[in-house]
Design a protein around this ligand. Structure first.
Ligand code: ADP
Length: 323
């Protein structure tokens, strides 16, 4: 129903698509309906008043021609929008690729400065170089996210299917995000059990876990706790990240996996973020055959989960062995 009302908001649709209102597909579709109705009524009156099959045939030809012309404009507009969308994804992809090289150079040069020439630098100079290095890393992450988004949008995100130790990669991610947690006064608890072997792309699963964990840390106001745990659900291993942070307002929870979406409270409290992490994570998890879901309460906290197929080997007698 809401979608139908939105479709009727022609001005909004035209603005969203960046076209004039009379080129918006819904407007053209509406026009086609109106013209069909007028044409049918006119045909009815013509056939009633003129007892001539020629006039009726001409009237029907005119109606068909008008419907054909409008239908053709709708297809043309939709094609144009699809083409522009493809061009946009290609542009993002090329621009991101080009940005990678200078960013790597900045990273290497700052690392050399800090490791080889640190003795010749005073405190202020060292701090400035460290800032450049951190900003460079932030930009590199953004560029990688944009590349992943472009790959997803073009259906080119290729995931490996390998045997992955989820416990080991979670441990690695925790090590990576520890400085962020310490800076934000957040405690990370990992209920570590036996190795959990799953099937997926190790690097991309690492990115998915990092997105969950860094969100838990970022959106935990002040002294917080972020807890990582595993559980088994049939043929799947479920990874859960619980925090006692800002939570997500109920009215905005339906948008949380949309590209570039950030909730109002996140925008107010935490300026760093792009709204791409969960969109990418959802695509990685679903393409790996798993599911993603969450529960959240504003000012109480959130729990984000994803499931991923457990690695299993078929035994000769048909049973399955999990290791
Ligand atoms: P980013 O964190 O870069 O903004 P994400 O895609 O990772 O992008 O998250 C999208 C939005 O979802 C965030 O901006 C925030 O509003 C909300 N969000 C995600 N995780 C949490 C969390 N653990 N607690 C509260 N809000 C969250």
């Amino acid at each position: 129903m809401i979608r139908f009302i939105n479709d009727l908001n022609l001005k909004k649709q035209a603005d969203d698509l960046g076209v004039k209102i009379w080129f918006a597909p819904s407007f053209l579709f509406l026009m086609m309906g109106v013209i069909t109705m007028i044409a049918m009524t006119a045909t009815y009156y013509i056939s009633k008043n003129y007892d001539s099959p020629e006039v009726l045939a001409i009237a029907e030809c005119v109606v068909t021609a008008v419907i054909f012309i409008i239908g053709n404009s709708i297809i043309h507009e939709v094609e144009q929008i699809a083409r522009l969308n493809k061009m946009k994804s290609e542009f993002v992809s090329i621009a991101s690729h080009q940005l990678r090289t200078p960013l790597s150079a900045i990273r290497w040069e700052t690392e050399i400065l800090l490791s080889k020439f640190a003795a010749g630098l005073d405190g202020r100079q060292k701090e400035a170089i460290e800032n450049i290095s951190q900003t460079g890393q932030q930009m590199a992450r953004l560029v990688n996210d944009l590349l992943d988004v472009a790959r997803i949008d073009q259906g080119r995100l290729i995931l490996k299917k390998e045997k992955v130790n989820l416990t080991a990669i979670t441990r690695e991610v925790i090590k990576n995000v520890l400085p962020l947690a310490q800076a934000g006064n957040v405690l990370i608890i990992f209920d570590e059990k036996n190795p959990a072997w799953v099937v997926g792309d190790g690097d991309k699963l690492k990115l998915a876990i990092e997105n969950f964990l860094s969100n838990g840390i970022k959106y935990t106001l002040g002294k917080g706790i972020v807890e990582v745990s595993f559980s088994e659900k049939g043929e799947f291993c479920v990874l859960s990240v619980r925090d006692n942070g800002a939570g997500i307002p109920e009215s905005q929870q339906k948008n949380i996996f949309e590209k570039f979406f950030r909730s109002d409270n996140a925008l107010k409290n935490n300026t760093t973020g792009t709204g791409l992490g969960l969109y990418i994570t959802k695509n990685i998890v679903e393409q790996s055959g798993g599911k993603i879901w969450f529960q959240s309460k504003e000012n109480k906290g959130s729990i984000f989960n994803f499931s991923i197929p457990i690695y299993s080997q078929n035994l000769p007698d048909g049973r399955q062995a999990h290791n």
